[in-house]
Ligand binder design. Structure first.
Ligand SMILES: C[S@@+](CC[C@H](N)C(=O)[O-])C[C@H]1O[C@@H](n2cnc3c(N)ncnc32)[C@H](O)[C@@H]1O
Length: 223
């Protein structure tokens, strides 16, 4: 892996606003109800990414399926947690600042009779207990936060939150489509975030250059 990389930011957008996500999950709840529970809404970065990422998590020797307390930040419809539940994890939490997201996630979990703990929380408010979780997951939430108007402040609060709620030696597992592996390892520096591995996804070719559409990195947090 190469070292520090300048982080290239994208333009702020509606995806960085709570109104956008409330509207989005409001529509998804309607579709879920109308479909009798078949339509769970958007799977961010696709099903194959979700399957590959959760399979990798299920094989991590640092985590115990019965006891490890795991939170998915900005869980949306909760499908990452549903997948982990199916793989045997039982101490699962999901938070999102959109009440509508939590309503949808709870409906989906109840529909399948899966026991997952959901609650409304804005990461940037820094709620949560110190050293509460064995693992913190994020798929697309850091990306969304980085699209807010005051991104630098929001990103810094996000990092503070992760550092607060993770146990010493806990895992931080982040999936992003906005940032490269080098950008993520620059933003979460090795002094506290020890790189363990990344999850490989199929490589696509575009205009002669190679890339993957998303990156998952697993870090061990050293307090
Ligand atoms: C791209 S979606 C990803 C949702 C989910 N992680 C997934 O993979 O399907 C981003 C999510 O982050 C949530 N979010 C954005 N900013 C947040 C914040 N400050 N606190 C909590 N959740 C936030 C949004 O409501 C939305 O559900």
């Amino acid at each position: 892996m190469s070292g520090q990389e300048e982080i290239v930011e994208v333009q702020s957008s509606v995806l960085g606003t709570k109104e956008h996500w409330d509207d989005c999950y409001d529509r998804e709840i309607e579709c879920f109800d109308e479909s009798g529970g078949d339509d769970v809404g958007e799977i961010w970065f696709g099903k194959s990414c979700l399957k590959a990422m959760t399979k990798e998590i299920s094989q991590l020797s640092e985590l115990n399926k019965e006891t490890s307390k795991i939170i998915d930040l900005g869980c949306g419809n909760g499908m990452t947690l549903i997948e982990l539940y199916k793989l045997g994890f039982r101490n699962l939490y999901g938070s999102d600042y959109s009440q509508k997201a939590i309503d949808l996630a709870e409906k989906i979990a109840q529909h399948h009779e899966y026991s997952i703990n959901y609650f409304v929380d804005d990461i940037t408010q820094l709620n949560g207990e110190q050293g509460e979780y064995d693992a913190v997951l994020d798929k697309g939430t850091f990306d969304a936060i980085a699209l807010s108007e005051n991104r630098d402040e929001m990103k810094a609060l996000y990092k503070k939150y992760v550092e607060k709620v993770l146990k010493d030696q806990g895992l931080f597992i982040i999936t992003s489509c906005n940032y490269t592996q080098n950008e993520l390892t620059t933003y979460f520096p090795s002094s506290n975030f020890q790189y363990i591995k990344n999850v490989q996804y199929p490589v696509f070719k575009f205009g002669g250059s190679k890339g993957t559409s998303q990156t998952t990195i697993i870090f061990k947090y050293i307090r």
